[in-house]
Write a protein that binds this ligand. Structure first.
Ligand code: F6P
Length: 330
């Protein structure tokens, strides 16, 4: 260890995700176990600007594994995007004597992390977003929980759709990415899945699939759409105009961001939080923690922000085959 780490800060920023609390707990407990004080910065980067903090103890991060949301609150700070705002954040770090900050969030959070690290404050990022759209890691905390929440909602929806022999359009989150929609659509046996990465031909991707299902004898149809691929109401209208059936519209919305994290999210958050603190202790700050091939990796922030993760089109294909190749909608 080159430089003794005495005190670190931890914050959550951007959209919340189930498992963020488990990550905060892991950061605090790993720090404390290594003789490092841990300060919780509240309300993300804005809290660093406003010197809004709480002292974290082993006890104060107890009973957090199963708790959704984030006890540190979260925010999207426009002030932090300005040079002046970031200078205030640096002043807080100096005032509190922070040797580094663990930032838990998505790409937006990590862009902030890069800026702060350029001003001399070491930062380690922990990826947490239900969208799973962070390039340097194949998994982000919260994805599994959000998928399971959406799946539970859609399973319920299917019961009533089946009874009434209806078509449903369900919108799931994912402003820029279709990971959630594809995973959920596959898991519920959707008739069609619309993702921003593969907009293609609406007639082929949606209309023809519903028609094919009808011709195969099915009487209810489920269309799952990522919010980034269009609004459920617009998709419903197009279906009505083309096929003459009026779909029911369900927007699952922010429910997907809440609730108790799944085992996968609790366990991943714990490992990532641990590794974030170890990166500081072993003098490898200014990186993002990620998972690749099942193991934990550390990627320099600047490089991490250039990395892209593409929707797995092989999985999209499997989802399609399930609709027409291997039986439909069961
Ligand atoms: O957390 C990411 C995300 O869920 C996106 O999919 C979605 O568009 C966005 O957050 C909405 O967040 P908010 O309503 O907090 O702006």
């Amino acid at each position: 260890m080159d430089k003794k780490v005495r005190r670190i800060g931890v914050l959550t920023s951007g959209g919340d995700a189930p498992g963020m609390n488990a990550a905060v707990r892991a950061v605090a407990r790993t720090a404390l176990a290594n003789g490092i004080e841990c300060i919780g910065i509240r309300r993300g980067w804005q809290g660093l600007i406003n010197c809004d903090f709480i002292q974290l103890t082993r006890a104060s991060v107890g009973h957090l594994l199963s708790r959704g949301g984030t006890i540190l609150y979260t925010a999207r700070s426009t002030e932090f995007m300005t040079e002046e705002g970031r200078q205030k954040a640096v002043t807080t770090c100096k005032m509190l004597g922070l040797d580094g900050v663990v930032a838990i969030g998505g790409d937006g959070t990590f862009r902030g992390a890069l800026e702060l690290s350029r001003l001399g404050i070491p930062v380690v990022g922990v990826p947490a977003t239900i969208d799973n759209d962070v390039g340097c890691t194949n998994y982000t905390i919260g994805f599994d929980s959000a998928c399971n929440t959406a799946i539970e909602c859609i399973d319920k929806l299917r019961d009533t759709m089946q009874s009434h022999e209806r078509c449903s359009v369900v919108e799931v989150m994912g402003r820029n990415a279709g990971f959630l929609a594809l995973y959920v659509g596959t898991a519920v046996g959707a008739t069609a899945v619309l993702v921003p990465e593969h907009m293609g031909d609406f007639e082929k991707n949606v209309i023809e699939r519903i028609r094919g299902a009808k011709l195969a004898g099915y009487t209810h149809f489920m269309v799952v759409v990522a919010e980034g691929a269009g609004h459920a109401t617009d998709i419903g209208k197009k279906i009505q105009d083309t096929l003459g059936i009026k779909p029911t519209i369900t927007v699952i919305g922010h429910i997907q961001r809440g609730g108790a994290p799944t085992g996968r999210d609790r366990e991943t958050a714990t490992r990532m939080g641990y590794h974030a603190v170890m990166a500081f202790i072993e003098d490898r700050g200014n990186c993002i923690i990620g998972t690749q091939e099942g193991g934990i990796v550390e990627i320099p922030i600047e490089e991490a922000l250039t990395m892209k993760k593409h929707l797995q089109m092989d999985r999209y294909k499997i989802m399609e085959i399930m609709q027409f190749g291997g039986g439909h909608d069961e």
